[in-house]
Design a protein around this ligand. Sequence first.
Ligand code: NAD
Ligand code: UGA
Length: 456
Amino acid sequence: MIRKILCIGAGYVGGPTMAVIAKHCPDIRVVVADINPERVAAWQSGVPPIYEPGLEETLRASLDRNLHFTADVEGAIAEAEMIFVSVNTPTKTFGEGAGRAADLQYWERTARSILQHARGETIVVEKSTLPVRTAEAMERILRNGGGRSRFEVLSNPEFLAEGTAIADLERPDRVLIGGATTPSGQAAIRELVEVYARWVPRDQILTTNVWSSELSKLAANAFLAQRVSSINSISAICEQTGADVLEVARAIGADRRIGAHFLRAGVGFGGSCFQKDILNLVYLSEHCGLAEVARYWETVVEMNQYQRQRFVRRMIRAMFNTLADKRIAVFGFAFKANTGDTRASPAIQMCRDLLAERARVCVTDPRALDSARRDLADAGPGLSFEPDPYAAARGAHAIALLTDWAEYQDLDYERLYAGMERPAFLFDGRNHLDPEKLYRIGFNVYSIGRPDLTSL
Ligand code: NAD
Ligand code: UGA
């Protein structure tokens, strides 16, 4: 029975996942180690460095009881029986595979550190999303490095979504564990199953070989992203034909074989993983000599970029083909609601595109303004940030809603309208607001894949 767990990497995955494991396994000592001392200090203070509904309560339930955070990664490795590796695996920006392959430098550094400092028998669990056959590479490093320990490597990808991380971890659709078919591999799988079985029904804990597990994670994200690109492609047809994408999504989603989830048309998917993981799949396909397969998945990313550009072009056209010196209030910068995360957010490129048109862009967001400032630090003049949406819209020619924050549905749009230039435009990039109501107030309303409501 495992009694000491370590997680290397205290980010969006490591922190929440370990908080939930610690909550359900009071008899297991859970340590989370990270090379970033500020992150560690924030977690250890009980105020997480990331925003996630319900996280703070879950963290505090176990903090300093059986859950601890540390910057002493090496010391923590020496103590652990099971080590989750949850470090970042961004897209490579240099050398071979740049722009597509995963950058495994953080991951490999971790593997070497484990090799050097682990003692006794250690189960290493890949939690990060990794290219297929990475576990094998990890095992080679660990087996042939001349260390003193014996290792078993498992793949246990994470499926949580940001904004709902705690709910997803508490009630996952499934937990996936991949391991070797050898007796020691199977024994390691059983150890990890016993951790999750404290709160996840056993029939929802799937065990597979390592490569199926690694590939399933990439495939799951690719399928989800593909649905978003599919509905976005349909939204473009809707705008040309008078069909309404919400009605189409409801009609096709009612077919149980298709299902209703992930059919919300918008300005495209963002977040740290969808694009990265699809590009990883593309790279893998090319590596396997499967050019057609690579091309197929690449179009999902292309459609995503097209959707963003299309939205900005529509704004330009609607506003008489010029945005120069017009003030545009951007409502929402996070890549989705209920997170302060802006990694690969559609808003980043869209704000840059608006600034390139010489618009004056004022960004507002309830949680992501600090990140937005960092993301657009080099974007030049014409850009401002404003926590209050009413102040952001004052004197604006248009509002562009890019994140579906619930609070944007509760704003007083009469008041917003009163402070804006005429004609006032509202571009709803998430089909989040009631277009009829806004039109009655006086806005010219443009939604995604829905008829324009304009008095011009
Ligand atoms: P993150 O950047 O938020 O966190 C990674 C952490 O690892 C950082 O705090 C970093 O300081 C730390 N780190 C890097 N190298 C280290 C080292 N050598 N030793 C100790 N700590 C180190 O990343 P994340 O969003 O938590 O993602 C982690 C992995 O999980 C990625 O592979 C990602 O694809 C995957 N994933 C993410 C999500 C998500 O919603 N964010 C969901 C499922 C899977
Ligand atoms: C996604 C997956 O949902 C998780 O299962 C996975 O673990 C995670 O990626 C990961 O590997 O990082 P996340 O990116 O946090 O989670 O959020 P999603 O809810 O999937 O949304 C991703 C993007 O797609 C957001 O920008 C969202 O606005 C957009 N989206 C989503 C749409 O435009 N339409 C939809 O119908 C659904």
